[in-house]
Write a protein that binds this ligand. Structure first.
Ligand SMILES: O=C(O)CCC(=O)C(=O)O
Ligand SMILES: [Fe+2]
Length: 273
């Protein structure tokens, strides 16, 4: 069971909304990645029928008896409940994590003005990428009650930055996702600090269930991770030591949800004095 959460230090501010049917949207995407690390997409061309079928299937799956769902329990892929990762993080959530593969990186590459059109998309679109699809279900939470916990928040999914390179999220109409606008400690290595990776969390709801679906795009395990050379100036130093995706994943596997997983790869600042 999750502990009642401390008062949020999460800020609120209008999130950029990007119409990706607009040819100018590529620049807006890059600006949103630099300023927030988060944006809402409209006119994305994914049919509402498809989305609602997927959502209904997710609801059907999570409505199955626990004994049937736990037959799919596994790590890293499979069904899980309450425990997030293997290092003691818990939340008011159950989920199903699957292996998956899509190509959508080229839009961001275009916006960054990278000539080789598919640089980023290649990273996350190989046939053997470490990409995944996650369904989350946050059932109504009876613990959010004035008598039992003073009406405090209950954490559905604790504060974290996503472990992969790009995340695409869709949720039903139940609110709960909060993004932290004041503390963006996770900084993308590939853009040498240019793009932000936003901290976020989900609060459980006392009456309604929340269902979310997220596609996490990642590269292949052997991929070397370093700033894209076309994005850094000649004199600009990389902020991070080089590492492979598999080295990063191994260290991420041993971290807690709120840890900064890139810290160990960060270069020591040079002291001029
Ligand atoms: O359920 C949500 O809306 C977000 C979940 C999330 O942040 C995650 O699965 O990484
Ligand atoms: Fe997340």
């Amino acid at each position: 069971m999750s502990k009642p959460a401390a008062e949020p230090k999460f800020g609120f501010s209008p999130i950029p909304v990007i119409d990706i049917s607009d040819p100018e949207s590529k620049q807006a995407i890059v600006k949103a990645c630099e300023d927030f690390g988060f944006f809402k997409v409209i006119n994305h061309g994914v049919s509402s029928e498809l989305v609602s079928v997927l959502e209904q299937e997710a609801v059907k799956f999570f409505s199955l008896p626990k004994s049937e769902k736990t037959q799919l329990a596994g790590y890293p892929f499979g069904y899980g409940s309450r425990e997030i990762g293997r290092n003691g993080d818990v939340g008011w959530v159950e989920y199903l994590l699957m292996n998956a593969n899509l190509d959508f990186g080229s839009m961001i590459t275009d916006g960054l003005g990278i000539k080789q059109r598919d640089t980023l998309s290649k990273l996350v679109s190989d046939s053997n990428t470490d990409s995944m699809f996650r369904l989350n279900h946050y059932p109504p939470c009876p613990l959010i009650n004035k008598n039992t916990n003073g009406g405090k928040n209950v954490i559905g999914f604790g504060e974290h930055t996503d472990p992969q390179i790009i995340s695409v999220l869709r949720s039903n109409n139940t609110s709960g996702l909060q993004i932290c606008l004041t503390d963006t400690s996770w900084i993308s290595v590939l853009t040498n600090g240019r793009f932000k990776s936003v901290k976020h969390r989900v609060l459980a709801n006392s009456r309604k269930s929340r269902v979310s679906m997220i596609y996490f795009a990642g590269p292949s395990l052997t991929q070397r991770i370093a700033p894209l050379t076309c994005l850094i100036d000649n004199e600009e130093e990389s902020l991070y030591e080089e590492f492979t995706w598999s080295e990063y994943k191994n260290s991420a596997d041993n971290s807690r949800l709120s840890d900064n997983r890139l810290q160990q790869f960060k270069k020591e600042p040079v002291n001029d004095s």
